[in-house]
Design a protein around this ligand. Structure first.
Ligand SMILES: [Mn+2]
Length: 285
């Protein structure tokens, strides 16, 4: 069984991108299990080709290093938050781009916190079925359902762009419409192209909650939400960011126990390949 994502380079020092597994799912309220995703993804990663016929680049041409999983208390977010922040900041100060593998969506908060300390003008592109803008959920301020609200508090102004949202409270939809760049329901490539143009000189972080995909394509997730994007639509949405300076990214909420066919895992792996190529291609062109 491979212990690293396939095509990972042997040396951290010469890599541009660091893949970091964060197997945390303690606040998953409906169907936990995303803690298994990073290792499951690695184990199955050799099931796809390293060459992308979409971007016409091979993953072997990209200098990325799989740093394994972050170790920490799996049930204690306040401790884990500091551990994630410290580790990500260390990677960033060593000139790396970080690609985080969740785990549940709450892991994005400390990753983004580390990013904003290095990139104070960070912009965020967020793909998700859920707005994740609640102020609290089940008595918790820190939850997969509040993560974008906490990130909003970290980042002043309209620097968050949400796509694909089709579930949330009335207040979350009102909040998003008022305070964020909000494109609910579909992944409109035309709108994304305009966003990409507007962000051309910015440092951008991309967070992908895989439940943005329709459950018919992606049943292996904690909170499936009908009415989502196709795989092709999400891929095309990501490709509109080709010229954008993606300084960091995460992919979250794959929950392998809920898809025994592993089609969801393969979907996640293919998206990771394409996102690594998007992040790394500027170095080889
Ligand atoms: Mn979600």
């Amino acid at each position: 069984m491979p212990h690293t994502f396939f095509c990972s380079q042997d040396l951290y020092e010469s890599s541009d991108i660091v893949l970091l597994g964060i197997p945390f799912d303690a606040t998953s309220s409906f169907r936990p299990g995303s803690r298994f995703a990073p290792d499951h993804i690695r184990m199955y990663s050799e099931g796809i080709e390293s060459y992308s016929p979409y971007q016409e680049i091979d993953l072997r041409e990209i200098a990325f290093y799989d740093a394994g999983n972050l170790e920490g208390p799996i049930n204690n977010f306040s401790v884990l938050r500091t551990i994630i922040h410290t580790q990500v900041k260390e990677f960033l100060t060593q000139g790396k781009k970080v690609f985080a593998l969740g785990g549940e969506h709450l892991i994005s908060l400390p990753v983004v916190e580390a990013y904003t300390s290095v990139y104070p003008d960070l912009h965020i592109i967020h793909f998700d079925a859920h707005a994740d803008l609640r102020d609290e959920y089940l008595g918790e301020s820190y939850s997969h359902a509040t993560v974008m609200r906490r990130i909003y508090e970290l980042i002043e102004g309209k620097r968050i762009y949400q796509f694909g949202i089709r579930s949330g409270l009335r207040q979350e939809f009102e909040f998003a419409s008022q305070f964020l760049h909000f494109q609910p329901f579909c992944l409109n490539a035309e709108v994304l192209r305009r966003v990409a143009e507007a962000l051309i000189d910015k440092a951008v972080y991309v967070t992908v909650d895989l439940d943005v995909l329709d459950p018919s394509y992606f049943p292996g997730t904690g909170t499936p939400e009908p009415g989502g994007a196709t795989f092709h639509e999400l891929l095309q949405a990501l490709f509109t960011l080709e010229e954008v300076n993606i300084v960091g990214a995460d992919i979250v909420e794959l929950c392998p126990p809920y898809d025994h066919s592993d089609a969801s895992t393969m979907t996640a792996i293919k998206l990771i390949r394409e996102m690594l190529l998007l992040m790394g291609r500027s170095k080889i062109e």
